[in-house]
Design a protein around this ligand. Sequence first.
Ligand code: BG6
Length: 479
Amino acid sequence: MTKKQSVTTTFPEGFLWGGATAANQIEGAFAEGGKGLSIQDVMPRGIQTPPTEGPTEDNLKLEAIDFYHRYEQDIALFAEMGFKVFRFSIAWSRIFPHGDEETPNEEGLAFYDRVLDELERHGIEPLVTISHYETPLHLARTYNGWTSRELIGFYENYCRALFERYGDRVKYWLTFNEINSVLHEPFLSGGIPTPKEDLSQQDLYQAIHHELVASARATRLAREIAPGAQVGCMIIALPVYPLTPDPTDVVAAMHTAHDSYAFGDIHCRGEYPGYLLRHFRENGIELEITDQDREDLAHTVDFVSFSYYMSICETGDPTKKVKGAGNIMGGIPNPTLQASEWGWQIDPQGLRVVMNDYWERWQKPLFIVENGLGAVDELVEVDGVKTVVDDYRIAYLNDHLVQAREAIADGVDLLGYTTWGCIDLVSASTAQMSKRYGFIYVDRNDDRTGTLERYRKKSFEWYRQVIATNGAALHQGQQ
Ligand code: BG6
């Protein structure tokens, strides 16, 4: 797709401002409405420890922030901030409790009807992630998750149920959250219980292939059933800088960047890139790729969405290879950057870099569907009202939005921006409540105490103003 290059110093008209969440991190009600178990119901410590046999009461996600029962109140708060779009995921195991049934669970479908009704009432566009780190547990344990080709059919069946039911009311769909994370977290991302160290490269790439084919089939299906729909892929955007100007570091950075580019390349070009085929050849990986798979992969996405939290460095010098903290992947820390309380390095300019990079590489509209700061917040009283004075969050979001605006001025086509965890939710990697991202504070603690009451933070009013002025209220940050 080619698009006339724009020269603009502001956000385009109709820009989709909003916030993002995932079912398993907000809904709770893990066993209500006919829902089956998902992998998240056995991950009480996120990715820090191996899964448990069954749900344990220390798992905060079982109740999460109770969005399942409080969605009306929460959506009203999003509307008060002026959201144009709300990103949420559908819990696969609410619709197909085991994942391999033939007919969907009506109670599960009806819940999302109600959520969509509420969004519609407030004029908020839904942005739906079909699979966000919540594979039905049965598919994980019975089929070893996406290592099995059978999951393509189950996923297609699930997509058909969603497109038939919601296809006329949901325009934007994302097939798999952060699909490139499966390389690093096979259980969280691919529902694959085999421990990573026992999983062969052959099995891992075959699983990835199955997901890529499933994603392309979903795109094809959406075009048949819901012609107005726009389908996007979703990847972790992680700019990789060479640690030094040494060309060996530059080449090493290129290789690491390829690990993520591959997912966008396949989604946007419909075939495997040469560098990945070389990796297969040199590592004895022989994938089963059928003619039908090749045909399916040709159904490329309409747009590219991504999460952006940080950048990393890479080196070709094995003695300097250390792994810092970070969003699923981590990487070598950048000596010039500061980090969040959880060690994620903060790099607003990296967002501009990655946006230019993706736009030039794929020439597809982009959508920033996650960006935000996980921080410890303190609930205080200001003029008799309970709130959080989260100037640090405002600064983080402001600086990233300024860079997104720079990228738009560079000519990048950006559809919208949804901050991660617009309401406090349970963390994906650590399963903590204390790692808060929201504009809305939820009274819920790591030890499961709290009333679940909602409170507006200082950033709530700040974001309201940013949206109301279509970005004009931003303070100029770094260039
Ligand atoms: C992304 C995920 O990796 O980062 C979200 O798509 C997640 O589900 C977010 O919550 C922030 O990560 P964390 O580990 O701080 O919750």
